[in-house]
Write a protein that binds this ligand. Sequence first.
Ligand SMILES: Cc1cc2nc3c(=O)[nH]c(=O)nc-3n(C[C@H](O)[C@H](O)[C@H](O)COP(=O)(O)OP(=O)(O)OC[C@H]3O[C@@H](n4cnc5c(N)ncnc54)[C@H](O)[C@@H]3O)c2cc1C
Length: 511
Amino acid sequence: MRNIKTDFLIIGSGIAGLATALGASPYGEVIVISKDRPDLCNSTLAQGGIAAAVGKDDSPREHTRDTLIAGAGICKEKTVEILTEEASKVIERLIELGTSFDRTNSGELALGREGAHSLARVIHRGDDTGAAIWETLFHKVRGQNVRFLTETRAEELLIAEGRCYGALVRNSEGVRRILARNVVLATGGIGEIYGRTTNSLLSTGEGLALAWKAGAVLSDLEFVQFHPTALATEENPLFLISEAVRGEGAVLVTEELERFMPNYHLRADLAPRDVVTRAIVSEQKKGHQIYLDASSLGHHFEQRFPNIYAKIHSLCLDPRKDLIPITPAAHFSMGGIRTDSFGRTNIQGLYACGECANTGVHGANRLASNSLLEGLVFGKRVAQTIAESLNESHLSTLDLTDQGTRDIPQVLKPLDLNDPRVVTLQKLMWSSVGIIRDEAGMTEAYKALGQLDREVNSSEGELRNMILVAKLITSSALQRLESRGSHYRLDYPEIDPTWQPKHLSLRRHSA
Ligand SMILES: Cc1cc2nc3c(=O)[nH]c(=O)nc-3n(C[C@H](O)[C@H](O)[C@H](O)COP(=O)(O)OP(=O)(O)OC[C@H]3O[C@@H](n4cnc5c(N)ncnc54)[C@H](O)[C@@H]3O)c2cc1C
């Protein structure tokens, strides 16, 4: 088998992976791999924007406060402080690199408002902020000491003597080992585990499965954010109607044009996402259909949200006068591979950043527009850390000949999201480990996932990994005997203060 050697291997080409590549490239050779085209990822789908306390009346302290409140008591405060204090520098740097964010008539950065933020602090470029930032980083990174291997899937992490030394990867040329002094997982989210999702088709949580199999600790997996307002169609992924649309004045209504959010929360339509999502489910259970009424935005809708406007228009609806049909959808994973504030996992040489990491900044519920920021801030911190540790890691001292060569199927069956077994898994997760959960439903789901696993053979690695991640999420959700943030249990409907300091961690052999 062919080996490739590099200093840094980054698995994932979203914003977190690119931020790491940019920071690490002055210090050594970087390889970035992506499962598909580099731009196919959640990062380029991000609409609303990136949060930063740059407004006149704002401060990192206020931003921290909102993040901690949204996180429902279990964010890591010190890490949140790093996030919010670094935010304005991140924005300055992006502007320096060429991202043109929207500005007011007087030339100030235009600030949008989103749910659970106490004031307007979301910096944006129209409604495709993620793509704007991603393109800036991609162009910059391509000019550096960075090699991209696209349509290349990481199948296994190489571990020897308790240290990560690279990954086994597969592409159309076959299987090979990439040996690296440091390996960074930046593999994004898990939305496709739920089927009804806003996430890219690649968001099957594979980085979590790779990390878990290698012995890394995963934590807070029970906290999955369901966005209240995806456009209700049969597509996969579902098209998101950004919370920024409610920030500009749109409201949720029933088919009878009744507003209901003021009955559920003081902040009404801009309540935290988990509150809005459960309110929608509760109204649907009463037999209502739920819509977004954006008529108050008038012509401003088209100017401020051109892509969302075009999408709605393609369904022969005019958001300036027609109601927009919406549905909740799996959107973001707060939990993931546990890291410290430098992106270090419990395995030497293995780092994680972006949505696949659990840095502790999101707690039980992510504050809107904090995740692009997280990818950029912690991607850069990972880069600094791996650059500093370069001299400590010696590839040459280990004989890696046998690493990762065991039981490697020559041909793999690619994941087909229409496979009936995938559909079964997604339905199980949506109905039993979704927005509202209880012990009976989750126990049944766990058993059914076990059965599904037995029906999958070793050449179906991606499907196997999906089932593994589904089981790990279910196992965590079963263990947390309370409701907190996005984790809502019918059988334990209240917050239990004794759970406040606890983070559920899973490690191989403990699930
Ligand atoms: C519709 C939508 C709107 C959003 N809006 C906002 C917003 O306005 N503001 C905000 O802050 N956040 C938003 N988010 C969340 C945010 O976009 C994501 O959390 C963030 O972009 C994740 O970045 P990432 O780099 O961690 O992962 P991604 O951008 O998803 O990248 C993951 C990468 O990992 C690669 N990969 C995965 N598995 C493997 C493997 N086995 N081998 C090789 N490569 C692999 C993929 O190919 C991909 O390149 C939104 C998300 C969605 C889906």
